[in-house]
Design a protein. Structure first.
Length: 472
């Protein structure tokens, strides 16, 4: 005796139907039909369309022989030999006729936006071929299904298709190990290690080499993720950065990382603070490099998390030099650098056809002798924007040098403190008065200085409202 259906049962049984080469009939030639046909083409179905006319997209597909326009009017005889039929017209009476004929011929039918007339429904689909994810609410809440699909789209990188294809190709080799527990252990170690990351980014040679190590009984190898966390707003993280942050075993992070971003790191990951302050290096760079190598050799997935972009005044190049010399697998995830993020949130475009045709990034960090060793003749130019990292404490000297090398005293300049965060402050002025304005505002946080005529555009383009909105 079968068990009674649950009160919460949807009444649908999810399946994946092989359509390659199968005949599918679509009744309708407009945009609704085109949306369904796009999905059917992914399944390599043989699509025949019944419609009085085709829209531009379907006409192009018919001209390319991707679909066949077989008739202008529907007849039940057209269902003979069909695997599926879809009614996608704006004629309710015609849709009912198609559904009735399909039911009589025992051909599965979908009437778009009418679950009551349909014997099957199409889910929201995430396509990472050969990996596919289908989401359905049984027609009860299609908007919710689409919202879930959007979230999963963000979480599943495009490379998951490459990973699935690699695993499929390697199944015979792993199957030769014999016992299921052994095979499962190899796959789990592969998916948790650098092999899966190599397959995701399309490096099949590295993925194969790691799988061979595991098949030979070697322990899972470690890897380092050098990740740029952006200028501060967690919404500016890349999808890839977030994925690696949530799978790392240990994280080495800097002082400028806000708590909102650190909270996105896997909760049980070990956290090591290696941040630096002005004239005070908590951990010397050489020790950071050595720690990355040591942890990876211990089989750890190591996240080196940096504010902004690792390769823009982030010493990322030095760290991966050490990793490469030690033979440690690593990958680099660029981040939105502070120049781009802070300028955008301050309403200051870095380039503009009328004001700045180039942009230069420099560091305002003084050497041990207290002097700024910069190419002032190159920097003090009209028609460009200069962005200065770490320029808060040398701001008076910076402004003096710009003026001394030819820029006018009333040349626009601004300082952005805690850019992209709710605590963002933007102080704009000129080379002659910006240091005094900044001192009066009591700026102490991470700051960026922007010099150039584009600063004037802030009055019109400022859009990000923070706790400090006054333009001093």
């Amino acid at each position: 005796m079968s068990a009674p259906a649950s009160d919460t049962a949807s009444g649908y049984f999810p399946v994946f139907l092989r359509l390659r080469g199968s005949r599918v009939l679509v009744v309708g030639g407009g945009e609704v039909a085109a949306r369904k046909i796009r999905l059917l083409l992914r399944g390599a179905a043989r699509i025949e369309v019944v419609a009085a006319g085709l829209n531009a997209e379907l006409t192009a597909l018919a001209d390319a022989a991707s679909i066949a326009h077989v008739a202008s009017a529907f007849a039940p005889s057209q269902l003979a030999g069909c695997r599926l039929v879809i009614a996608a017209t704006d004629d309710a009476q015609l849709n009912r006729a198609v559904a009735a004929a399909a039911d009589a011929a025992q051909v599965p039918v979908n009437v778009v936006d009418d679950a009551a007339l349909s014997s099957f429904i199409t889910p929201s689909i995430i396509d990472r071929a050969p990996l596919q994810v289908a989401i359905s609410t049984g027609g009860a809440a299609p908007v919710l299904a689409r919202r879930l699909r959007e979230r999963l789209e963000a979480w599943l990188p495009a490379g998951y298709g490459r990973l699935a294809a690699f695993l499929h190709a390697q199944r015979p080799r792993v199957a030769a190990m014999g016992e299921v527990p052994l095979r499962r252990a190899v796959w789990e170690r592969f998916l948790d290690g650098p092999g899966a990351e190599a397959a995701l980014r399309g490096d099949e040679a590295a993925a194969t080499a790691e799988l061979e190590r595991l098949l030979a009984g070697a322990p899972a190898g470690g890897e380092v993720y050098l990740v740029g966390a952006g200028p501060g707003d967690p919404d500016l993280l890349t999808f890839r950065a977030l994925r690696l942050m949530q799978q790392a075993d240990v994280v080495l992070y800097d002082r400028l990382l806000p708590a909102a971003i650190l909270d996105l790191v896997r909760r049980d990951a070990e956290r090591l603070f290696v941040g630096k302050r002005r004239n005070q290096h908590t951990v010397p760079q050489e020790e950071i490099n050595a720690e990355l190598v040591r942890l990876a050799r211990a089989g750890k997935r190591v996240l080196r998390l940096k504010g902004g972009d690792p390769f823009v005044f982030g010493r990322g190049g030095e760290e991966i030099e050490s990793l490469a010399a030690a033979g440690i697998p690593f990958q680099v995830v660029p981040g939105i650098t502070a120049a781009s993020g802070c300028a955008a949130y301050a309403g200051i475009p870095l380039t503009h056809r009328d004001y700045a045709q180039s942009c230069v990034f420099v560091t305002g960090h003084a050497r041990q002798d207290g002097e700024l060793h910069l190419n002032w003749n190159q920097l003090a130019q009209r028609g460009q924007t200069v962005v200065i990292y770490m320029g808060l404490h040398t701001l008076p000297q910076l402004c003096e040098r710009f003026i001394a090398h030819g820029l006018p005293a009333d040349w626009p300049a601004a300082l952005v403190e805690e850019g992209t965060s709710p605590r963002q402050k933007v102080i704009s002025g000129t080379l002659s008065d910006l240091p005094q304005r900044v001192a009066a505002a009591g700026v102490q946080g991470a700051s960026l200085v922007i010099v150039g005529e584009v600063v004037r555009l802030r009055e019109k383009l400022g859009w990000y409202k923070s706790s400090y909105s006054a333009q001093t």
